[in-house]
Design a protein. Structure first.
Length: 544
């Protein structure tokens, strides 16, 4: 019989009195065996992250463990003195946090932060610590460790920062690694690399991993066993095959149903009227050297051309740095390209005076990736949605009525218009962003990664809402994403960008059925759970 490395038994974690429920975690029992990867799955608020922080002894002071045990290799972590937990933390139990930019100290170098693990737990010389830090950076496949060891977090990409976090966690070769959503905000190719890296290290070192995620595609790729949480309660557990292929609980079935398919829906009837025309557009960024002299020019967008028909959706897909967001900002007028031409209904979007640009803002609107960052936290939701109308001279009473209509249209209660952004969930904030963009009745909506940070069920709701709004309002959309699964559900055409260029463009069904470019095939192979999706599709296909 396999001996558990970590055994959580009857764990109850109580929330403050002002919370909407009494317990963050209710009577949780879960085991993690040696040399095993267990995925803890659930939506935001399910208690999965708090499970990890409770085991690590990192709960906020306002949240208390009321009862239960968390026995690690024979030691109940919940009954140990803080000094004992600190000795175990890092040496035998380590954690990788969801957002490395907030977990890493911005004023200390990466080498200094990894080296802290050795300075806190073992006695080594500075030279030996540096040697081990370089070896760890090399082990997690960070290019040029000699440079990165002296770099600060802001000087690294998101994937590199996540790898640095993993290197820090692995420094003392812990027995248990808790990984809290370590791939959520990453591009699919980087996500695939991180998953492969963690699997490789786990096999080589014989570690156990508690992998916390809301993405069931990731679960299919990495897990040995799966535990599903809802509202602080463990509702289902089993092997990957048992839970993903034959779930017993309705909640698990709903999560699975919300995972975007990699198969596009049937092709829609296309309108031949051209709305947006982009021809040979290029946008560069220049860095400055000594005395203001140009040091380097980078093409963020290079010679991009495409056209978009009315009431159709173009998905622009690519990794971070591919130029897709820069292109989106050029289309809405937030950036001005140096070369090329862009027209909306035959009218040039470039070279407009201030009055023309203001009027054009009614016709082209944008939904941003992070609604919390794009919504003014000091203004009420209703004011944010009314703002565009008021700027364009609409009387306040009419603007209020129009905002109420928009709230209803995007599935929000108009009574919530007097609440502030922080009083809404992530999915609700994204709906507010949609309402704000649609209130002026735009012809073209540009959506920049509007669902990338959302749970799969909320993501599915927002995608369904976008489809519904497109049909009801006759919207034309440019949809920016790094996830081909999402593009498949919404887009009529796909344009794949790499290094500022469009390397493949065509109907969504054709791109998915027969991708022509090697980079497109790489993106498809990197889709979380790609092999599971294909197997599921083969099993569900009718016999011929």
């Amino acid at each position: 019989m396999t001996q558990p490395l970590l055994e959580i038994d009857g764990l109850n974690v109580r929330l403050p009195d002002w919370a909407d429920r009494a317990y963050a975690i209710k009577d949780l029992s879960l085991t993690i065996n040696r040399n095993e990867i267990v995925c803890l799955v659930g939506e935001s608020g399910s208690g999965k992250s708090l499970t990890g922080t409770a085991v690590m002894g990192l709960l906020p002071s306002s949240i208390k463990v009321e009862s239960g045990r968390a026995v690690f290799d024979g030691t109940d972590l919940l009954k140990q003195a803080p000094e004992t937990i600190r000795r175990l933390r890092g040496s035998r139990i380590a954690m990788v946090f969801q957002e490395p930019m907030t977990a890493l100290n911005p004023v200390r170098t990466i080498g200094d932060q990894i080296g802290e693990m050795f300075r806190s737990h073992v006695k080594l010389s500075r030279r030996e610590i540096r040697k081990r830090c370089l070896a760890l950076l090399d082990e997690v496949r960070i290019p040029d460790p000699q440079r990165v060891i002296n770099a600060y977090p802001h000087q690294m990409s998101g994937g590199q920062r996540q790898r640095a976090m993993i290197a820090m966690a692995l420094a003392l070769e812990p027995d248990l690694l808790i990984a809290d959503e370590p791939t959520t905000a990453l591009d699919v190719t980087t996500q695939k690399q991180i998953i492969n890296l963690m699997q490789e290290i786990q096999r080589r070192k014989g570690m156990s991993i508690l992998f916390i995620t809301h993405d069931l595609g990731v679960v299919a790729d990495i897990a040995h066993r799966v535990a599903v949480m809802q509202g602080g309660v463990l509702v289902e557990t089993g092997t990957v095959k048992e839970v993903l292929d034959n779930p017993s609980q309705d909640y698990t079935k709903r999560l699975l149903a919300a995972v975007p398919s990699i198969e596009p829906p049937p092709k829609r009837q296309q309108n031949e009227a051209e709305v947006l025309s982009v021809k040979a557009v290029s946008k560069t960024y220049s860095s400055r050297g000594w005395f203001g002299r140009p040091a380097r020019t980078t093409y963020a967008v290079s010679d991009v051309s495409f056209s978009l028909a009315r009431n159709s959706t173009l998905g622009i897909v690519g990794e971070s740095g591919s130029g897709k967001s820069t292109l989106a900002r050029c289309i809405v007028g937030l950036l001005k390209p140096e070369l090329g031409e862009m027209r909306l209904d035959g009218q040039s979007l470039l070279g407009m005076n201030r009055r023309q640009a203001r009027e054009n803002a009614r016709r082209v609107q944008m939904v941003f990736q992070d609604p919390f960052a794009s919504l003014n936290p000091r203004r009420k939701a209703g004011e944010l949605v009314m703002q565009g109308l008021l700027v364009h001279g609409t009387p306040r009473a009419e603007a209020r009525r129009r905002a109420e209509e928009m709230f209803t249209m995007v599935g929000l209660d108009p009574a919530s218009m007097d609440r502030y952004p922080h009083e809404f969930s992530g999915g609700q904030r994204q709906r507010i962003g949609l309402a704000r963009a649609l209130t002026l009745g735009p012809e073209l909506l540009v959506a920049d990664e509007p669902v990338s940070a959302l749970d799969v069920s909320v993501q599915a709701q927002v995608l369904d809402l976008l489809v519904s709004l497109r049909e009801r309002l006759g919207l034309t959309m440019v949809f920016i994403t790094h996830d081909l699964r999402i593009a498949a559900q919404l887009c009529d055409e796909i344009a794949v960008m790499k290094s500022g260029k469009i390397v493949e463009h065509g109907p969504a069904a054709d791109v998915f059925a027969n991708p022509q470019h090697a980079y497109t095939r790489e993106l498809m192979d990197a889709i979380p759970g790609h092999d599971w999706f294909l197997r599921k599709k083969r099993v569900s296909a009718p016999a011929t």
